[in-house]
Design a protein around this ligand. Structure first.
Ligand code: FES
Ligand SMILES: [Fe+2]
Length: 409
């Protein structure tokens, strides 16, 4: 059966789907196969969420920009002449053309390729030809998106009233500060395109139930794959070591959105790697200079979540960022970004092949299991099964997702 044959065009059909969803179970098939739901996902969930789009190191100079795109949306993220970072919808205020087509670069101005309306780096309309004497260019600035920068990480939200991000950031700040994430650079980024709905990719990241059976390499070093491995002794030992190198391992889990859609989810936890592993490397040995002001390796790894869509894994010597970007109903780009300390020099302080080895093999595994997941979900005979206790993160995602989808936009 062609998955796109499922038509759910009316509000009534969509709201029945929500009503039928049983807490503690996966979502039903149409959530992954219906074009109507996919379009609503972009409009109600993605356009109303904070999205991690990049890092300040990508925009060192005035005029530097890059595009961030999802669904049918395209956002220009640019540093203006006052050194501020702005974000605009890449939609001309004349007749709607895409303005900027390059993925990144440096511009003094943005000129629409259609009729040459010209915009400043702060989004203001600078000039428009032949618009008559009563034309007021002040009314035609590019639509602004909200921007929040957290230790160099750039988050963008296109909603008029974005979810409250400050509450979570305030709690995370003292735990994240020692890593000095503002002082990182991108060592490598890779895109793994998976023929699956974006929600299956997010769900896969939200749980480590699959880690032991599906990630041979990851499971060798990461104790989080199995709660039984995380004994009190191991956790206490890590806490002591973490404090010794300048880190706190406090668990923060702010599941605030279940009945308040203006809030979002934040998570922080440092957990021990298995003995012999100081970082996420093939040998367990360090592979890059220590991050921030750390004075040594504590043998831990930090899971950091800033809003449901934005996940980071911070080892002592490098960080990995994850994005799962909807391109089409059943096409998602898993973008994996590796960061090292800004002054680390490739082939002197780190080797890219070694640095990226773990999350390259792990992402290839993830591409395979997510692809197979979608194949099964496309079957007429799929029915939503129960979630494991290790899949609590998926329930948290559903709570946020479903509340945004049924809310009035
Ligand atoms: S659509 Fe951009 S100038 Fe006409
Ligand atoms: Fe995985």
């Amino acid at each position: 059966m062609n998955s796109e044959n499922v038509s759910l065009n009316t509000e009534i059909e969509i709201s029945n789907l929500f009503k039928d969803h049983a807490d503690g179970n996966c979502l039903s098939r149409s959530f992954y196969t219906s074009r109507a739901i996919y379009e609503r996902d972009i409009e109600r969930f993605w356009n109303a969420s904070w999205i991690w789009v990049g890092h300040t190191s990508q925009l060192p100079n005035a005029g530097d920009f890059f595009l961030f795109e999802y669904g049918n949306e395209s956002i220009i993220i640019v540093r203006d002449r006052d050194k501020e970072i702005n974000a605009f919808l890449n939609v001309c205020k004349h007749r709607g053309s895409r303005i900027c087509l390059e993925q990144n670069g440096n511009r003094r101005l943005f000129v629409c390729p259609y009729h040459a309306w010209t915009y400043e780096l702060n989004g203001d309309l600078r000039s428009a030809r032949e618009m008559g004497p009563n034309f007021n260019s002040n009314k035609f600035s590019l639509l602004k998106a909200n921007v929040r920068i957290f230790y160099g990480l750039i988050f963008v939200c296109t909603a008029n009233i974005p979810p409250n991000i400050e509450l979570g950031l305030a709690k995370l700040a003292p735990l994240v500060a020692p890593f000095q994430l503002e002082n990182l650079k991108i060592a490598h980024s890779a895109t793994y395109t998976v023929p699956a709905n974006w929600k299956l990719a997010v769900e896969n990241y939200m749980e480590c139930y699959h880690c032991a059976p599906s990630h041979k390499e990851y499971a060798k070093s990461h104790s989080i794959k199995d709660p039984e491995h995380l004994t009190k002794d191991l956790i206490n030992a890590l806490q002591e070591k973490s404090l010794g190198v300048g880190l706190k391992s406090e668990i923060i889990s702010l599941n605030t959105f279940s009945d308040d859609v203006s809030k979002m989810d934040f998570y922080h936890r440092r957990y021990p790697l298995f003995e012999g592993y100081l970082t996420g490397s093939r040998s367990g040995k360090p592979i890059a200079p220590l991050l921030g002001c750390l004075s040594g390796f504590d043998g831990g790894a930090t899971d950091l979540q800033v809003g449901i869509l934005n996940n980071f894994l911070i080892y002592s010597d490098y960080m990995v960022g994850y994005r799962f970007i909807p391109r089409e109903l059943q096409k998602t780009d898993m973008e994996i970004v590796w960061f090292v300390k800004a002054d680390a020099v490739e082939d002197k302080h780190y080797n890219k092949t070694e640095l990226t080895w773990l999350w390259d093999v792990t992402s290839q595994d993830d591409e395979r299991i997510i692809r197979l997941n979608q194949k099964g979900v496309n079957s007429y005979f799929y029915s939503p099964g129960p979630l494991s206790t290790m899949e609590w993160g998926i329930s948290a995602f559903y709570a946020d997702y479903l509340s945004k989808l049924v809310s009035d936009s």
